[in-house]
Design a protein around this ligand. Structure first.
Ligand code: ASP
Ligand code: MG
Length: 406
């Protein structure tokens, strides 16, 4: 007997036909004698719809009311899934975040989980009841509903698996696993049987939107074995596991991309101590995340150009913050550019292999693709290029690193 958390994403619970199929899938694990807890997302498209309503109601929406609204989608699917399970003889009941409670901090609209009270859940599971949790939502210190950020029900599921010491956390989605690159663009992309937490973390944060990034961090920190698989086909997916579990590690495991980057250059900003702090401090205060940063060598010793990236959604706000600081920062101009894409080559094997970056630069050069910014970490090399070359760059790199399917 195993203890399993099964999480179903929006497309897996998109309508009643799908919800009934989910119930059957859960019943199989139940019939096999396993202890099962289910976590569900809202029906696909539902959260977007609710978010749009909040915008329509008020552009400057109160994040607490936003959470009250957008958490509603998961309440519906949790109840419907419990009903569908009951209809086929499984003793299921729904749980909302506040009922468990799943406690979070008070950062409404992107709250972090502080803890899950599992006593009641475990007691009832031992009595043969199967909980169906509304993902994405929790209870804040102000006693109000919080949500965990878009895609947050993955994090609900992994946190629950950690709290329940589950043997596995199966994340059911509409893709059958994690691929070496986006199969919609790179037709020769291959499904990976296993991927390390660290690689998955890089993939997840780079627009391979299979799992919410925080769910992978959480899985890594708590050693939760996560499987990404499809609820539409019946076959094993990709296991996200510890590095030790992977016997034959490729140097590069995947090529990811993110179109969610925007580039900003501060032209002729003063070149003296405190300027970087003067730029990035106010951005941090405005909760704007900066990703890549390059500062050019100063030609005259007085001023220099500084380029960095933020998410596309933060671009306008970033420009506003910088404009409000123009007097202090003493720059000549700001040039925002949303037409960029970040392409990343990822693999834990990079730690022990040289020449990985060179292959990337050479491949892009041969295609005439100009690199605007480069950043590296131990297991990743990223470049910022013109968005227009996304497909070309992904396919060329996939081939260059020997990832193409036979
Ligand atoms: N329904 C929420 C969203 O669309 C949470 C999730 O699906 O994970 O972002
Ligand atoms: Mg999702």
């Amino acid at each position: 007997m195993a203890r399993i958390v099964m999480k179903f994403g929006g497309t897996s619970v998109a309508d009643m036909t799908r919800i009934k199929a989910v119930a059957e899938r859960v019943k199989r694990e139940v019939d096999a004698g396993n202890e099962v807890a289910v976590v569900v997302s809202a029906m696909s498209g539902e959260t977007n719809k609710l978010v749009a309503f909040t915008r329509e109601a008020s552009l400057l929406h109160d994040a607490r009311e936003y959470d009250t609204v957008v958490a509603a989608g998961e309440q519906v699917t949790a109840g419907l899934t419990a009903l569908a399970l009951q209809a086929i003889g499984v003793n299921a009941r729904s749980w909302l975040g506040w009922q468990i409670p799943l406690r979070t901090d008070g950062v409404h609209s992107k709250a972090r989980i502080l803890g899950i009270d599992t006593d009641d859940l475990i007691k009832r599971m031992k009595d043969g009841q199967f909980p169906v949790l509304a993902g994405f939502q929790g209870l804040g210190p102000d006693n109000r509903i919080t949500t965990l950020g878009r895609g947050g029900s993955d994090t609900s599921a992994v946190a629950l698996a950690a709290a329940l010491h589950a043997d596995r956390c199966d994340i059911f989605t509409d893709v059958d696993g994690v691929y070496t690159s986006d199969p919609r663009i790179v037709t020769k992309a291959r499904k990976l049987d296993k991927i390390t937490y660290e690689e998955m973390l890089e993939m997840a944060s780079l627009g391979a939107k299979v799992l919410q990034t925080r769910s992978v961090e959480l899985a890594m920190n708590h050693g939760v074995r996560v499987q990404v698989l499809s609820s539409f086909v019946d076959m094993p997916g990709t296991m996200v596991v510890d590095e030790e579990e992977i016997v034959e590690q490729q140097v590069v495991s995947g090529i990811a991309y993110s179109k969610d980057e925007a580039k900003i250059t501060l032209v002729k900003v003063a070149d003296r101590p405190g300027i970087a702090a003067g730029i990035f401090g106010p951005l941090a205060d405005a909760a704007i995340n900066v990703d890549m940063i390059v500062q050019n060598v100063s030609e005259d010793g007085k001023s220099t150009d500084l380029t960095f990236t933020v998410t596309k959604a933060d671009l306008d706000r970033t420009v506003q913050v910088l404009e409000s600081r123009k007097a202090d920062l003493d720059y000549k101009a700001i040039t925002p550019d949303p037409n960029v894409v970040k392409i990343s080559v990822i693999g834990v094997g990079m730690r022990s292999h040289a020449g990985v970056a060179q292959t990337m630069f050479k491949t892009l050069a041969e295609r005439g693709i100009n690199i605007q910014v480069i950043s590296t970490s131990e297991i990743k090399i990223s470049v910022l290029i013109n968005e227009e070359y996304t497909e070309l760059a992904l396919r060329a790199l996939h081939t260059a690193y020997g990832l193409d399917a036979a």
